[in-house]
Design a protein around this ligand. Structure first.
Ligand code: QV4
Ligand code: CA
Length: 477
């Protein structure tokens, strides 16, 4: 479940957070051209609708399932199926964000597909009712196996609480039993049969590895699976408990990388020379890596401290390093702008999500930034090549090649740095893909700074000024 296959040498996924299925469908050809292998989509199941929340229709309502009917804020079943088939035809895979640990919070209401739901009692497992699955009280964990007095997870040091009690009050499914397992497996199999290639398993830390293994083991179609386990140390549950069943999101990666780019918490770029397992991360072949995600860019889910689109210069540096460095399966974040951390995507007053217009001020579309998508191209060109020719100044300037395929130089010093490098590249002329759109002359499409001529010995002289818009140069065959 941890292996993935991509078409045409593409090797990066993008999370199109809160995009509608119709917009993803019409963008898939473009995503293929930009070099993206796959799209992580927002949860497609029926979800709670919080019209009276402040602000109304928060993004997180989609992490509260009401049923496994595929009608959500992003569109209905027909639109979802059309997206999957359109993207598959373009060679772009769809990965579904899969919320199977729990259903809604307390209260009651009507879901996005019109189904009624009732979260039942706040302290016991009485009264839960999700008729469109159907789930009833017996399908939820309760006082017999959740050892907290509130019924919620109050202590992350207690493994039984983390896995059998309610995550922020969300009604916790009894996945040790066959029937709830069959229901969630049926949902996953349904979308596999429609052509979905993979799953992000939400809140995997809150489910027993054995229960997940049983769910995955009953699936046909060899989906790619990556599991959300926030392991930043200090808790008894570790990411390593899940790596035999699929990949795992490596949350240490984005925080450590952000610190290095900012020279924060004693870190510096020069320390990145062994970024990966030596830093206490899980094995690179088990990891999904990212600078920020939809939670920690807004202070949820171990949030804070990571670079986001709100600091664009440093964010581009962090993404450039991630995409140039051979550790993990990288995920690029694509966001909408927000002030309130609970605010849903750009929408009308009834919570109908707007069509995506990249760069209109609401849809940030980091995956369309030249400095990011051209590094996706570099990543794809360098797949399988080892890091070579590492250079650093002991502080905030670094450079390295990827075999004979790519060369990257970053200068976050407060001064200009000029250096003659061994680039590892074959002799020839190269355009900088951070400031240009092509990698080979004629260099066109952007500002086109710092084109280089690599001599027969593989060397070239490159300068990055501290006043450059982007303190990065990147070249590839
Ligand atoms: C409120 C109080 C709680 C109280 C509860 C019950 O804050 O203290 O216990 O009421 O009375 C929303 C609200 C949250 C509210 C909850 C229940 O934000 O305030 O609790 O609903 O009413 C997303 C959001 C959550 C949101 C949830 C469901 O981040 O804020 O909760 O959706 O709508 C841990 C986990 C990790 C998890 C992370 C956020 O280990 O797995 O927390 N990350 C994933 C997703 C994330 C999602 C969930 C899990 C849940 O990436 O987006 O949570 O599906 O680190
Ligand atoms: Ca659980």
């Amino acid at each position: 479940f941890g292996g993935y296959s991509c078409e045409d040498g593409r090797d990066v996924m993008v999370h199109l957070f809160e995009w509608k299925w119709s917009d993803i469908a019409s963008n898939c050809h473009r995503l293929a051209q930009l070099g993206y292998c796959a799209v992580q989509v927002s949860p497609p199941h029926e979800h709670a609708v919080y019209a009276n929340n402040d602000p109304p229709y928060p993004w997180w309502q989609r992490y509260q399932p009401v049923s496994y009917i595929v009608t959500s804020r992003s569109g209905d079943e027909a639109a979802f199926q059309n997206m999957v088939s359109t993207c598959n035809a373009a060679g772009v895979k769809i990965y579904v964000d899969t919320v199977i640990n729990h259903m809604t919070a307390g209260g009651s209401g009507t879901g996005s597909a019109g189904s009624s739901w009732n979260g039942g009692d706040d302290y016991t497992n009485i009264g839960q009712d999700y008729p469109s699955v159907p789930f009833g009280p017996g399908d939820f964990n309760g006082a017999d196996n959740c050892p907290s007095s509130s019924g919620n997870i109050d202590d992350y040091q207690n493994v039984d609480q983390v896995r059998n009690c309610r995550l922020v009050g969300l009604r916790d499914l009894r996945l040790g039993d066959d029937y709830p397992r069959d229901m969630v497996r049926g949902y996953m199999q349904k979308v596999i049969d429609w052509g979905v290639a993979g799953f992000r398993i939400d809140a995997a830390k809150h489910m027993w590895p054995g229960d997940l293994g049983s769910i995955y083991g009953g699936l046909s179609g060899s989906p790619f699976i990556y599991q959300e386990v926030i392991d930043q140390g200090g808790e008894p549950i570790t990411a390593g408990e899940y790596t035999s069943m699929g990949r795992v999101t490596e949350f240490k990666y984005g925080l450590s990388l952000s610190d290095c780019v900012r020279a924060a918490n004693g870190q510096k770029l020069a320390y990145l020379s062994n970024f990966g397992e030596d830093w206490g991360f899980i094995g690179g072949l088990s990891a999904v890596v990212f600078v920020d995600n939809h939670d920690n860019q807004r202070g949820h889910g171990g949030g804070g401290g990571v670079l986001t689109h709100k600091e664009p210069r440093d964010y581009k540096v962090a993404n450039a390093f991630m995409l140039a460095w051979p550790y993990g399966y990288p995920r690029v974040m694509s966001s909408y702008s927000f002030e309130n951390a609970d605010a849903g995507p750009p929408s009308d007053g009834s919570g109908n999500t707007n069509d995506v217009q990249c760069f209109d001020g609401d849809w940030v579309c980091e995956h369309e930034w030249r400095q990011i998508h051209n590094m996706v191209g570099l990543h794809n060109a360098a797949v399988g090549e080892p890091v070579a020719n590492w250079w650093d100044n002991g502080n905030m300037a670094i450079a390295f090649s990827r075999g004979a395929k790519a060369f990257v130089f970053i200068n976050k010093e407060e001064f200009s740095v000029t250096q003659t490098f061994q680039t590892g590249l074959p002799a020839g002329e190269y355009c900088d893909v951070i400031s240009c759109d092509g990698n080979l002359p004629p260099c066109t499409g952007g500002e086109c700074l710092g084109s280089i001529s690599v001599d027969d010995a593989g060397t070239a002289t490159v300068t990055i000024s501290n006043t450059d818009t982007d303190p990065i140069r990147a070249y590839h065959v």
